[in-house]
Design a protein around this ligand. Structure first.
Ligand code: HEM
Length: 487
């Protein structure tokens, strides 16, 4: 009781101090603030976080695109303006301390790494995502797409089913093949267990972000949430160690190396191992952390985008038929593979994917730590205060026009219909710390969709879709489609 009273007093004192030392140039306070808890009640008394995030985004937009808010004693800025977001993303490369919560899973991998480590590792890993390297994955992208088409066959003509299960498993197998050179079907890996454990881990991570009393590792250590998280992370690490924890890491990694040399494909692990052998760039722990990061960020993302895109195409038959005609025009009537030169010709399909990512921003909010004062259009952010960047609000900014909430792939094909702002599309974030896998994702998703649409006509009902937010934007219900084989 005494501890609680002391905690409340400390919060109130901190808040008073913060307000007194607040600069007039800082963004205005978001309304709905309450003493001690700050804006936490908005989050606690609601189960529909996605709805709340949208309401907050609209409020921020009405207040000029930048606000100050607080979760318990922690003060944050929150931005929805595209140019302000781009300024922060380009100036401040630090991730906020909430990314520390992801470290039990990802360690100092690129996504969660502190800046001093990230700078060096990102520079070393960039070449693994060069176009010439990615081109060598086309064979895997094609064979994995064909596998998905075969697996979907049992659902054809049988009414609605959950296609997300299929896209997740397929994308996970693809990342094992392309990043590690491991064919998971040849091993005793349980990828379904991995997918379930990842869902649990991400929900636990998000719950911790919302509940400030678990920010401290000391309080979190006593929570059930921590026990649940630890159990699921153990499963994830077992899988990413490819179930061979008894084999010394280095030896097993060398196995990857030889497999990949034989196949003449350059895997991310090849590059990491080469660099480690040449100049000790990564130690064993760092190798594991980068591998965990690539597996995590390289499959759940693409699988979600594919899931939403199939829903959108199923609900917009005219767009689906346009995509189908383009695929036939580029690939012909037969059954040949998608070649790397075909990808640039599938312009409508790319427009479909971009429009899908604009409508459903799967990484809806990211958080940067400010290591310096940042001057924005109408205010100045103070160093030391973390900053929420509402990427989904950029993708739905009024600059996209009165049809901003409609699925219109055509807008990407007519330059006059796109916003006249280079920061209008935020799906992959901005600046030097933007997604390293953007080109990989577009290549693999385009190849997959080309195969799927060529074989199946999809139907779906987007009006049934209900969204929920954790670390990513995910469907809560209504993510079912039906497929029929095309004649
Ligand atoms: C459509 C698919 C994808 C989307 C929408 C997406 C989106 C994003 C976003 C928004 C970020 C910034 C996250 C933050 O700052 O907190 C990010 C970072 C990252 N993404 Fe992606 N991503 C996708 C696919 C991929 C793929 C396929 C890979 C790897 C093969 C990948 C690897 C990464 C990594 C390693 C980072 C951290 C980059 C850094 O901090 O240097 N992503 N991604």
């Amino acid at each position: 009781m005494l501890a609680m009273a002391l905690f409340c007093c400390a919060c109130a004192a901190y808040w008073l101090w913060r307000r007194m030392h607040r600069k007039t140039t800082e963004p205005p306070y978001l309304p709905w603030w309450c003493p001690i808890l700050g804006h936490t009640p908005i989050l606690l008394y609601c189960r529909d976080y996605w709805n709340v995030a949208n309401k907050i985004a609209n409020q921020i937009h009405d207040m000029g695109g930048a606000v100050t808010a607080s979760i318990g004693p922690r003060t944050y800025y929150a931005l929805t303006d595209p140019d302000d977001i781009s300024t922060v993303a380009n100036t401040c490369l630090h991730k906020d301390v909430v990314y520390e919560f992801g470290k039990p899973l990802l360690g100092e991998g690129l996504l969660t790494a502190k800046l001093s480590i990230w700078k060096n590792h990102r520079k070393l890993l960039n070449p693994a995502f060069n176009q010439s390297v990615l081109d060598t994955f086309m064979g895997v992208f094609n064979s994995q797409s064909r596998k998905l088409v075969r697996e979907l066959e049992k659902e054809a003509g049988k009414g609605p089913f959950d296609h997300w299960i299929y896209t997740k498993l397929n994308a996970l197998e693809t990342i094992f093949l392309t990043a590690l050179g491991v064919d998971s079907t040849d091993t005793d890996l349980n990828l379904t267990e991995y997918i379930e454990a990842l869902e649990t881990t991400l929900s636990a991570f998000f719950e911790r972000v919302l509940k400030f009393w678990w920010y401290s590792p000391y309080t979190f250590a006593f929570s059930n949430l921590k026990r649940k998280q630890d159990a699921s992370i153990k499963i994830l690490h077992n899988v990413s160690n490819t179930g061979k924890t008894d084999i010394p890491n280095q030896l097993f990694n060398l196995m990857f190396y030889s497999i990949s040399n034989l196949a003449n494909i350059k895997f991310v692990t090849d590059l990491i191992l080469e660099l480690s052998a040449e100049n000790g760039a990564f130690n064993d722990r760092e190798i594991r952390e980068q591998v965990d990061t690539i597996i995590f960020s390289g499959h759940d993302t693409s699988a979600n985008v594919l899931m939403y895109t199939m829903l959108l195409l199923g609900s917009h038959p005219e767009a689906q038929e346009k995509a189908f005609s383009e695929i036939q025009e580029v690939l012909g009537d037969g059954d040949r593979d998608v070649e790397k030169t075909d990808l640039s010709k599938l312009v409508y399909l790319e427009a479909v994917l971009k429009e899908s990512m604009r409508m459903f921003t799967i990484g809806p909010i990211i958080v940067r730590g400010l290591d310096r004062d940042v001057k924005l259009r109408n205010c100045t952010l103070s160093a030391g205060t973390p900053c929420f960047l509402f990427l989904f609000a950029v993708n739905k900014h009024p600059m996209w026009g009165p049809d901003v909430h409609e699925f219109k792939p055509e807008r990407w094909l007519e330059p006059g219909r796109l916003p006249n702002n280079p920061n209008a599309f935020a799906a992959f974030s901005f600046g030097r710390r933007m997604c390293i896998g953007k080109t990989y994702a577009l290549m693999s998703m385009k190849t997959t969709l080309a195969h799927v649409i060529r074989y199946y006509r999809i139907t779906a009902d987007l009006t049934k879709l209900r969204l929920k937010m954790d670390v990513m934007l995910k469907p809560d219900s209504g993510h079912y489609v039906s497929i029929e084989k095309r004649t």
